[in-house]
Design a protein around this ligand. Sequence first.
Ligand SMILES: NC(=O)c1ccc[n+]([C@@H]2O[C@H](COP(=O)([O-])OP(=O)(O)OC[C@H]3O[C@@H](n4cnc5c(N)ncnc54)[C@H](OP(=O)(O)O)[C@@H]3O)[C@@H](O)[C@H]2O)c1
Length: 309
Amino acid sequence: MKALTLNGYDGFSSLRFAEAATPEPGPNDVLVKVTAASVNPVDAKITRGYGGPSQRTLPHVLGRDCAGTVAKLGSAVTGFKIGDAVFGVADPSRWGTHAEYVAVPAATLSRKPAGLSDIDAGSLPIAGLSALAGIVTTGKLAKGQRVLIHAGAGGVGSFAVQLAKHLGATVAATAGSKNAGFVRSLGADQVIDYTKGDFSAAIKDVDLVFDLIGGDVRFKSFPVLKPGGVLVHISVPPMTQAPPRSDVEVKPAPVKYDTALLDRITALVQMKAVQPVVTEVFPFSDALKAFEHVATGHARGKVMLDMTQ
Ligand SMILES: NC(=O)c1ccc[n+]([C@@H]2O[C@H](COP(=O)([O-])OP(=O)(O)OC[C@H]3O[C@@H](n4cnc5c(N)ncnc54)[C@H](OP(=O)(O)O)[C@@H]3O)[C@@H](O)[C@H]2O)c1
């Protein structure tokens, strides 16, 4: 099969197309013929050694999200059959979705939402599950509350803004000037242009901050919280300073990947609470351009690879 392989940690020059053996699914895996895959920020970061080289042996294939069709079933897999249209998340310790085929644990795979293109379906897993983790599971956002979402225009943020609005919250998000209208179109009540001054001067009395940026942005988010408010983050880098308040909670949001949560995303899409936000689709043969675009830190919505091209 054709695969985009990572051969070192010198950035994108370490990525090379190669012919590789098609993975053999283990007993609990499903072999998926990949038709759509995303490029996430973490894929770009790993090319520079993020997470440490001990996490994988080289060559490695990056990519977590996919949509495609079931090509082969592991001996213990029930609930899928060959030819099913599926979407899901690959195991990061094994070869990923930037290849013609990927062996995905059946436990992190589900049926593709009806009516969605493969590109749209493949855009949903990591962004959607991260937004669910931050806004619902850890953030416990409730109707009538006020939430501030940092990076509302990005892959996770564009899902989180829609989800928070669907839950009945008043939604504020940070974005650059060119993305203000876009983030408002996703349902944000207030968009704060972080390029035009300190966002924390533009908002207060927030119940929940969902931080997708980290570092100084996280530190500057404390003043906007109500007493008893919660700051949830999935982002790096960490803050270098100690938390400046003790009357608010700070929580990382562990992101869980499983079929039931993927089905929850499908339900949200089918009730039109959330729509996939794909803004760039690159042919697989141009995957490096997708990596470069994501690495700018200014991609809007999801950046996808059409694995059929
Ligand atoms: N722990 C996990 O499991 C997990 C899962 C998913 C994501 N993450 C991490 O979460 C972060 C966000 O992921 P993502 O996929 O949403 O990233 P992304 O799509 O690459 O985010 C890009 C967006 O960030 C916005 N942005 C950049 N700097 C900003 C700033 N200072 N303030 C506000 N917005 C800013 C950009 O908007 P403008 O162009 O308008 O500036 C752009 O739209 C990444 O670091 C990712 O690695 C972690």
